[in-house]
Ligand binder design. Structure first.
Ligand code: PLP
Length: 391
């Protein structure tokens, strides 16, 4: 793919300003359908809807601007922007399996990917094997004659385990297996799975791409043929494209993607250093940390981290973990990440006190997203929370 500078992609690519009064911000094309001057033009659009503006369940100019930018950022030929990241996962998988097929997925993928593999696909005779993605031999030994898809998420958004994307892509190519990688953690700024040979890369655009906690959306990137195949079938059938207004908000969010990523990366590194000085903290997981176990692979395939990290508290007391979280004044307790605001999720929010195993560090893990705030403001808040854990 042609290498277009990131600043040009973010500020110019896909925008046709002369066509709308040289407005710097593009208009929102809030229309359901598009009219034609002649029967022959109409016929052409009906025959090849993927290349036409015909009806906004398919293409719309507000989406087209965003799609061009996101494809270029990912070094992909084409892009689709959908109503959610979960929807992007669903249609990309659905488009590449049929009854009787077998999927290999990295273990503990994003929760709704796992629910699709465990609950939806078995109804159609499609089975999934989960593997520890840190170990290439696990992929090799799980391939069966009917394996058609390998599903990856690198790093994942909780423990940040990585898979060697190039090695998995090379293996999959030998067996004519399609590969999909959830790239929400890195965004295309910090990791380009397509360059490593992965067929489809996806993100939850709810996170960094939009970046302001006001849109739910998903991105798929791949070849023109692959995106065209998904468009003309699953995408159009489900009516799962994002809206013109949300596409417009995402173009606006993208304008600041680079500076936001830089700031959250710097902030997260400072918070990691702070957490490592605290006695209450048993361990910290952050891919850009010098002590991260898969550091070499990080250096090989990622160029940055971002604001997501997790840590394990030492206390074996369920109530102390609750007191820490309840004691925070500024860091919000909420799902999601990638916006302006720092967020925390304790693993104990998914279990009841009688299910808590104090010896299991995963039960004592907390996922922290570091936003754009002043880093001292965040470390002070963490200090306040830690001070509420009375010993
Ligand atoms: C949030 C998330 C998704 C799902 O995206 P939605 O936009 O919430 O549907 C997928 N993968 C990862 C890693 C996520 O964090």
């Amino acid at each position: 793919m042609e290498n277009i500078p990131v600043s040009e992609i973010i500020n110019e690519l896909g925008e046709d300003r002369e066509r709308y009064f040289n407005a710097v911000a593009p208009p929102i094309f809030q229309t359901s359908n598009f009219a034609f001057e002649s029967v022959s033009d109409f016929r052409k659009a009906l025959k090849d809807e993927a290349s036409a503006f015909l009806y906004s369940r398919g293409n719309n100019p507000s989406l087209a601007i965003l799609q061009k930018k996101l494809a270029a950022l990912s070094h992909a030929e084409a892009c689709l922007v959908l109503n959610s990241g979960a929807g992007a996962i669903f249609v990309s998988v659905l488009a590449n399996v049929k009854s009787g097929d077998h999927i290999i997925s990295v273990e503990n993928p994003y929760s709704w990917a796992k629910k699709m593999f465990d609950n939806v696909l078995p109804r159609f005779g499609i089975t999934t094997t989960y593997v520890d993605g840190r170990d290439m031999t696990e992929f090799k030994k799980s391939i069966r004659p009917n394996t058609t898809l390998i599903y990856l998420e690198s790093p994942n958004s909780w423990t940040f385990y990585l898979q060697d994307l190039k090695a998995v892509a090379d293996l999959a190519k030998q067996h004519h297996i399609v590969t999909i990688c959830d790239n929400s953690y890195c965004t295309p700024l910090y990791q380009k799975p397509i360059d490593l040979g992965i067929d489809i890369t996806l993100q939850s655009a709810t996170k960094y791409i939009n970046g302001h906690s006001d849109v739910v959306a998903g991105v798929l990137c791949g070849t023109k043929a692959m995106m065209g195949k998904i468009f003309i079938s699953e995408y159009m059938n489900l009516g799962i494209g994002t809206t013109p207004f949300n596409a417009w908000l995402m173009v606006r969010g993208l304008r600041t993607l680079q500076v936001r990523m830089e700031r959250v990366s710097q902030n997260a590194a400072k918070v990691v250093e702070f957490l490592k000085t605290r006695n209450e903290v048993e361990s910290v997981s952050f891919p850009m940390d010098k002590d991260f176990p898969q550091k070499e692979l990080v250096q090989k395939q990622m160029t940055g981290g971002g604001g997501l990290l997790s840590f394990v508290l030492k206390t074996k007391d369920f109530n102390q973990i609750e007191s820490f979280c309840n004691g925070l004044n500024h860091i919000l307790m909420a799902v999601s990440w990638g916006g302006h605001e720092s967020l925390i999720i304790p693993a104990i929010s998914s279990i009841s006190p009688d299910e808590f195993h104090p010896e299991n560090p995963e039960h004592r893990r907390l996922r922290l997203y570091i936003g754009l705030e002043d880093p001292d403001y965040l470390t002070e808040d963490l200090k306040t929370g830690l001070s509420k854990m009375s010993y």
